[in-house]
Design a protein around this ligand. Structure first.
Ligand SMILES: [Fe+2]
Ligand SMILES: [Fe+2]
Length: 210
């Protein structure tokens, strides 16, 4: 028996790629700038969310609390559903003629692969925790201002974004709890190795994009 604080929702969306009046770039005709903010964020989801899933999956074996284990499982299933829907939406953007998408996706894949290969599990869990904290604030804003931001827009995209962020709000503590429980276990098992792994990166300069 668990007290998991998440719900898995099956949400089908139809992005109408064959409809000549469907403009995926400006799915909210009254707010084209907001449309493009959402579009750019959507491009990251099929790369960011699988990376979050892999980090949480890697940490699951360090967790003994059955409630948190159940939450990790639900988290993984929710994030998997999210990025699959974003893939479908992103395909409509690609089909609409946004030729920059291939290069952006290539860069996103390389960036998250690099983080996963070169950074510690603690770093990757902290990244997940930081992302979820940000998503909580964004989700609250999107839902509170949903009429202003999504009113009269294409229902499929509005539903995709609001569904996604309703579930993101449910992630408000799971990544934080995983980071702390998994790291506590790693540190108990091998304090010298864990400390070395953690501090080895602190002296590295943070690369600044040119
Ligand atoms: Fe998500
Ligand atoms: Fe999330």
């Amino acid at each position: 028996m668990t007290d998991a604080r998440m719900t898995l929702r099956a949400m089908p969306f139809v992005f109408e790629p064959s409809n000549e009046h469907w403009n995926p770039g400006h799915w909210n005709a009254a707010r084209p700038e907001f449309s493009q903010v959402v579009n750019s964020a959507s491009l990251a989801m099929p790369f960011l969310e699988p990376y979050l899933i892999r980090s949480m999956r890697a940490a699951r074996g360090q967790i003994t609390d059955p409630v948190l284990q159940a939450e990790v499982d639900l988290y993984i299933r929710q994030e998997a559903a999210h990025y699959k829907q974003h893939q479908l939406f992103n395909e409509t953007l690609r089909s609409a003629g946004y030729t920059c998408i291939d290069a952006i996706e290539k860069q996103l894949a390389a960036d998250y692969s690099k983080l996963e290969k070169e950074r510690s599990l603690r770093f990757n869990l902290a990244y997940a925790e930081g992302f979820e904290a940000m998503a909580l604030a964004i989700g609250q804003m999107l839902i509170e201002d949903r009429v202003h931001l999504f009113g009269d827009s294409k229902p499929a995209v509005a539903s995709l974004v609001l569904w996604h962020f309703v579930e993101e709000i449910e992630h408000k503590s799971v990544a934080y709890d995983v980071l702390h429980q998994a790291w506590a276990k790693l540190f108990r098992d091998n304090p010298a190795g864990a400390a070395k792994l953690d501090t080895a990166r602190l002296a590295e300069p943070v690369p600044v994009p040119s």
